[in-house]
Write a protein that binds this ligand. Structure first.
Ligand code: HEM
Length: 810
């Protein structure tokens, strides 16, 4: 295997040799090296072994080598956790330990769900040691592999005891660890972002696949070493200042700078144990608050002590026949908002269409009256300045530097940032002393801690709504080249149509995350809501051809089409449902791959990648490192059949099963539509329909027209299959997996082939490498063949243990 971590290729060893050899050590260079070394050694990059394991995991994952993956996960959790960081609360090293825990959870969520325990005694594989430890240490502790979820780990983290039965539980465990890291610990930003990206991919995978026992993509990229990651001064103790600014308060439902607003919801939805019902529905809240305050504003115009503020997106929502809002410079540095519909009606412009065409120019901040001497526009402006009723003021985007000056000192107002909104709390009436302490903790920036209880948090935001004064202009994410953008299939994209999973829109094949943009969209925020989760085909009807050139930092992926296997071209090869175009490979670096893969061109190579030969190496190389060569996705086959009893079970959008409805013989998964429908898509899908035939004609039409991708099967008569129990999982496909692991372990450790050494139907093992009956001594308990259990004939990533009746593939 190629060494993904340069240190393993010898650079690091030579570095250490130089470090130790004082005679050759250049005295002038040494202080510099010392500082650099210390900084590096406190960072996650210094855990060379962990980095190597991550790299190895990626390779094993591409091969679908479950045994190897499980072992590596085990190492990530146990070896790293216990041996390196005896005290997890160590302020400097503790955070890194948490990071490994997070990455291990992601790894677990990317392999098929398994349960049960496999143990073996023997020398542990030689692991690469941390510089602080002796490389010669031999590990003799018994190694207990708990495939998939490593019971003890889960228990110790208070997530859910027992083996996991769905990959989203892995994500949930990840989340529990990950969220506090931004606030409590200092982790270099690159690592957090890598975790976040992988989480996003896994989440999308588990939405589309929705099947246990399947592999999901693991795209974790070890970030490049960032020597600016921490500033270090050693004085009386260790005083470390970290660059972890963009990851504050994720736990408190805050969209951090440059990171998706999917994080408004603190734990992944639909995962057991997470309280989705209580998650703040920020859009509904914002809309109802807007309505409420517009009403109160119209009742008490001129009497308001405090001007109402609206975002560009909210102004843009009001460009219709009933009400047409415009922004006008207030002569200072801000903008006032006026409604011009009545004036326009009097002047002979009755429709929004006419107003838009004749009187308005659309600026990035919102609709403005023309400024080129148009007589009607000038007349309206004059009227507005003389007697126009102001609706409110415009929320302007402000940078963190700008906001930091409003810290309440020297008579300055007190501003705080919550998610993407800035509030002026100078005149805010605090509910409690605790609330006051929380909000004023970090004036001129983000409050450090906000209520964890979603109800309390919602209530706080409602009360703060009146005090909105600006939008927080987050740091722009770096622009990515087309090759760096991860591929999305249409199905993966379609699930990103809500704040829970992400608010994505594809324009010209590029997928943009508009979560932080909806409030700034000059065309209004509602119209973006209608285009979420799909390609905006009518985008060019409203925009100049080069509009998106200014929004490259919003790009999060590229859309690739679904094709059938039969459509593969001669220079394409399909691996795990992704179609790679071999013509896009690098002619120099990948030259060796082409001849090796020649015989697989135009074919599905998913099986061949499991072998341990040159073909598999080439496939792993392509799958793992050449994602930019992906040009298509293999379309899921005909939807399968779902018994009506099974549909009935999916009757609550907040539950683990989610919400399905039946329409004209087809089953639609409407979980997120029920959760966010009214706020995002403008149509409310009442919960009462969950698990039933949808009998409302308007809603039926709406679903069929706009959400055909949410069809997951055809309805047939029949009862729901009983929920599989852990025992059942163990006795079916899962057992096959475990048997494979056991067989492989036997082969590797004792050199025993499957059918060897049977004594009266039971397999016995010797402790050492020598073959023999081994009756008694060294026998590994519990390793005999299963007692009368049936072995399912499914393959490694085949069967669907939750919904066997639903076949995604034809
Ligand atoms: C994907 C991110 C999007 C961005 C960055 C974006 C940006 C903009 C900008 C800058 C404008 C101002 C007009 C201009 O300069 O051309 C605008 C207007 C508008 N946008 Fe978007 N837009 C996006 C998506 C969409 C989508 C998906 C739709 C709906 C299909 C849409 C509908 C509109 C409408 C109706 C207007 C007003 C056009 C007019 O009245 O002339 N936008 N948008």
């Amino acid at each position: 295997m190629e060494n993904a971590v340069p240190e393993m290729a010898g650079h690091y060893f030579s570095f250490r040799r130089r470090w130790q050899s004082l005679t050759t050590w250049n005295k002038t260079a040494r202080p510099w090296w010392e500082e650099q070394y210390r900084k590096w050694s406190l960072s996650p990059w210094s855990e060379v072994c962990a980095r190597e394991w991550i790299a190895q995991f990626r390779e094993a994952h591409a091969r679908r080598d479950l045994l190897e993956c499980t072992k590596l996960i085990w190492k990530m959790i146990n070896d790293i956790g216990e041996s390196r960081y005896p005290n997890g609360f160590d302020p400097v090293l503790g955070p890194t330990m948490h990071l490994w825990g997070c990455i291990a959870s992601l790894m677990m969520a990317s392999i098929p769900v398994m349960a049960g325990e496999v143990s073996w005694k023997g020398p542990r594989p030689n692991i690469w040691m941390h510089p602080s430890m002796s490389a010669a240490v031999q590990w003799t502790k018994p190694l207990t592999l708990h495939p998939m979820v490593l019971d003890s780990y889960v228990k110790s983290n208070d997530t859910k005891p027992g083996p996991w039965t769905h990959p989203s539980e892995g994500l949930s465990a990840f989340w529990t660890r990950f969220c506090p890291m931004g606030t409590a610990y200092a982790i270099p930003h690159g690592w957090l972002l890598a975790c976040y990206n992988t989480f996003q991919t896994l989440w999308a995978n588990h939405h589309t696949a929705k099947v246990q026992g399947q592999w999901a993509d693991f795209n974790f990229q070890i970030p490049e070493y960032d020597d600016q990651w921490g500033k270090l001064t050693v004085g009386t103790g260790v005083n470390v200042q970290y660059y972890n600014l963009p990851v504050c308060n994720w736990m408190s439902c805050h969209a951090p700078t440059g990171v998706e607003a999917a994080f408004y919801i603190p734990s992944p939805p639909s995962s057991p144990g997470s309280n989705n019902a209580a998650a703040p529905n920020w859009q509904t809240q914002a809309r109802s608050s807007t309505r409420q305050f517009r009403k109160s504003a119209s009742q008490s115009r001129g009497k308001l002590l405090y001007p109402l503020h609206f975002s560009t997106g909210e102004v843009g929502n009001n460009m219709n026949d009933e009400d047409f809002w415009v922004i006008e410079s207030d002569g200072d540095s801000g903008y006032d908002i006026f409604s011009i519909s009545e004036l326009c009606l009097q002047m002979g412009f009755p429709t929004a269409e006419m107003i838009r065409r004749e009187l308005i120019t659309l600026s990035p901040l919102g609709p403005k009256l023309r400024e080129d001497g148009h007589p009607a526009a000038d007349q309206i402006r004059g009227e507005l300045n003389q007697s126009g009723q102001k609706i409110g003021k415009l929320l302007l985007p402000r940078t963190v530097e700008y906001i930091s000056e409003y810290d309440g000192r020297g008579g300055m107002p007190m501003w705080i940032i919550i998610s993407t909104t800035v509030y002026d709390i100078t005149r805010f009436t605090f509910g409690t002393q605790k609330e006051k302490a929380q909000l004023t903790e970090n004036l001129g920036g983000r409050p450090n801690s906000l209520p964890d209880d979603p109800d309390v948090y919602d209530d706080l935001l409602q009360r703060l709504f009146l005090f909105r004064c600006a939008l927080f202009e987050g740091r722009k994410a770096p622009k990515k080249t087309m090759a760096e953008l991860p591929p999305f299939s249409p199905a993966m994209l379609s699930w990103h149509d809500n704040p829970t999973s992400g608010m994505y829109i594809a324009v010209d094949g590029i997928i943009y995350n508009v979560a932080n943009y909806v409030d700034r969209h000059p065309g209004g925020r509602d119209i973006l809501g209608q285009a979420l989760g799909r390609a905006a085909s009518n985008f060019h009807d409203f925009h100049a051809p080069d509009t998106m050139a200014d929004y490259a930092e919003l790009a999060v992926g590229r859309l690739v089409p679904d094709i059938a296997l039969a459509q593969l071209r001669d220079h394409q090869v399909a691996i795990h449902d992704w179609v790679f175009d071999l013509e896009r490979l690098d002619t120099e670096d990948d030259a060796w791959v082409l001849p090796v893969l020649a015989h697989l061109c135009g074919k599905d190579a998913s099986e061949a990648i499991r072998n341990r030969d040159a073909t598999a190496d080439a496939l792993v190389h392509v799958y793992d490192r050449r994602k930019e060569a992906i040009v298509a996705h293999i379309a899921p086959g005909e939807v399968g059949e779902i018994p009506v009893g099974e549909v009935a079970r999916h009757n609550d959008p907040h539950s683990f099963h989610g919400a399905w409805v039946m329409v004209d013989g087809y089953v639609f998964d409407v979980t997120t539509l029920m959760l966010h429908g009214s706020s995002i898509h403008g149509v409310e899908l009442p919960h009462m329909w969950a698990g039933r035939e949808l009998r409302d004609d308007r809603l039926r039409k709406w679903l069929q027209e706009h959400f055909p991708h949410r069809v997951i099967g055809r309805v047939v008569a029949g009862e729901a299959r009983p929920e599989p129990t852990v025992e059942e999982l163990l006795t079916s496909r899962i057992e096959t997996e475990q048997d494979k692991i056991r067989d492989e372990l036997r082969r590797r450790i004792w050199g025993i082939e499957k059918d060897d050494e049977t004594c009266g139907g039971r397999i016995k093992f010797c402790g050492g490498r020598k073959r023999g009956c081994g009756r008694g001594r060294g026998a590994a308990p519990g390793w005999g063949p299963s007692k009368g259990r049936k072995r399912a004939a499914t393959d490694a990533d085949g069967g669907d243990v939750t919904r066997p009746a639903v076949k995604r593939r034809g």
